[in-house]
Design a protein around this ligand. Structure first.
Ligand code: NAP
Length: 448
């Protein structure tokens, strides 16, 4: 059986691995990606100073070494090849394309220059080839980061890292210089709900208190809980409780006078981003929590203030993007599915963020992809996947269309070039960040 897996992030690799381990039926997997490089957010999303999280890529390379695996980079489904093309070439298609855009705040001034989606900032410092021309003006004293998730924490921390902390990472040299030279003194993180409802996780929060070049500041008054939050916290033994303990410890600290500070504020929403031609300030409204359908939600409490800021990073979640010819639920930003079987699309499956929405950690995708592959293999065994008797191959189609695709050996050449460039600098790698460089290097077969 031949299966195309589209999207080579964690969900794609976990799906490929589960498929390649199958004996009944035996499966060959072509893993496609619109980028010339694999690993998705492990390469281009995970913060560069979290090298230990990126170590999961070693498992991906083991999958890539399994018989029956092939990688095709620089192949975009929807433009280079269509969903219908894939259905002609493969017995089944698994979409693991993640969530490629950001959620919007829907407030005035959101589109002013200087207001960015956090995803753009993350893609820039990580060397994503589509985001290298962006110019983040880091000359202003204050940056406002909107949101209380781990991506907001990543952005705040990256802006606060010192040269010594950045140098041993694979942050692009351009981003390293820009952060080093930044005039930023304060990174203000805004959580619309309270400290007991924050989405970030305790280890990530704790890290903010361990930075060489930044103090972390929490106003003890922000930790005074309403009765419903206090009750919720008492019942919680995991994330919320531990987050709260870390925040209490931050609130007890005296600032050490480090060059930058990260200020965490709660029950605070941006109401408008203000400025003539670019971001100059943020109007912030104080919130209170009210119970709605068993959930505590933020509602404006009336008070507002205007805080000067030169840069705003909106970090309020990712959102999936529709694929031409594949059903899509605009509201959830996912492909509607039943345990990974796409609804209303033959021989089509989904795993990862495009299946369940943008939540969980990298490992969450393993269970998620395994469930999908079990459904796919069960369908195959039940004879529901009419075997495609195709004499055509993806590579023949790509050659016909003049596509300069990158195979796994090509990626290995990119990987070797990047690691080689990083070595003398004490960095894990210096990424190739231009499409031409990536495609050119990716055409070479590795020689060891
Ligand atoms: P997230 O965890 O869903 O957090 C989104 C945050 O945005 C929440 O605090 C949410 O608040 C807030 N928000 C949503 N709409 C808002 C609005 N209109 N105004 C103000 N705030 C708003 O999303 P994420 O940070 O993008 O992370 C995505 C996933 O990747 C998460 O599962 C995360 O844990 C994971 N991740 C993990 C790591 C790591 O392990 N180190 C690093 C990065 C990302 P409400 O709760 O009030 O909705």
């Amino acid at each position: 059986m031949r299966v195309a897996v589209v999207g080579s992030g964690p969900a794609g690799f976990y799906a490929a691995d589960a498929l390649l381990k199958s004996d009944d039926p035996r499966v060959e997997v072509d893993l496609l990606d619109r980028l010339p490089t694999p690993w998705g957010l492990v390469r281009l999303g995970v913060a560069p100073d979290h090298e230990n999280i990126k170590a999961v890529s070693r498992a991906f390379e083991k999958t890539a070494a399994r018989p029956g695996f092939r990688f095709f980079g620089n192949v975009e489904v929807g433009s280079t090849v269509s969903h219908e093309d894939l259905l002609e070439l493969y017995d089944a298609v698994v979409y693991t394309v993640g969530a490629q855009t950001d959620r919007q705040l829907g407030i005035p001034g959101e589109d002013l220059p200087g207001s960015w989606a956090a995803t753009e900032f993350v893609a820039w410092y990580n060397g994503h080839p589509d985001f290298q021309d962006l110019e983040f003006d880091l000359s202003h004293e204050r940056v406002v980061v909107v949101g209380n998730g781990n991506v907001a924490i990543d952005c705040a921390r990256m802006l606060a890292l010192t040269d010594e902390e950045l140098r041993p990472t694979d942050t692009t040299p351009e981003a390293t210089d820009a952060i080093n030279e930044a005039g930023v003194r304060e990174i203000l993180m805004l959580g619309r709900r309270g400290p007991a409802q924050a989405a970030f996780t305790p280890p990530e929060l704790k890290e903010l208190g361990e930075l060489a070049g930044a103090d972390v500041v929490v106003d003890p008054r922000d930790l005074e809980l309403d009765p419903a939050s206090a009750r919720a916290l008492e019942e919680d033994r995991e994330r919320a409780r531990r987050n709260f303990e870390v925040l209490e410890e931050f609130a007890r600290r005296e600032p050490a006078g480090k060059p930058r500070r990260i200020v965490l504020r709660f029950l605070a929403s941006p109401l408008a981003i203000l400025g003539e031609d670019r971001v100059e300030a943020v109007e912030i409204g104080r919130n209170e929590l009210v119970e709605e359908d068993g959930r505590l939600v933020a509602r404006p409490a009336g008070e507002t203030e205007v805080v000067p800021a030169g840069l705003v990073l909106r970090s309020v979640g990712y959102k999936g993007v529709a694929l031409p010819g594949v059903p899509f639920d605009e509201r959830t930003g996912t492909i509607p599915n039943d345990h990974g079987r796409a609804l209303g699309a033959e021989r089509t499956y989904v795993a990862g963020w495009i299946k369940r929405g943008p939540s969980g950690v990298i490992g969450t995708n393993k269970k998620d992809a395994t469930e999908t592959v079990e459904a796919l293999l069960a369908d195959a065994r039940a004879g529901k996947l009419a075997r495609v008797d195709s004499t055509r191959s993806l590579e023949a189609l790509l050659d016909e269309r003049g596509v300069n695709y990158v195979e796994h050996e090509g990626w290995q050449a990119i990987d070797a070039a990047e690691r080689g460039a990083g070595e003398p600098l004490g960095r894990p790698r210096v990424k190739l960040t231009a499409w031409e460089q990536l495609l050119e290097t990716g055409q070479r077969k590795i020689t060891r």
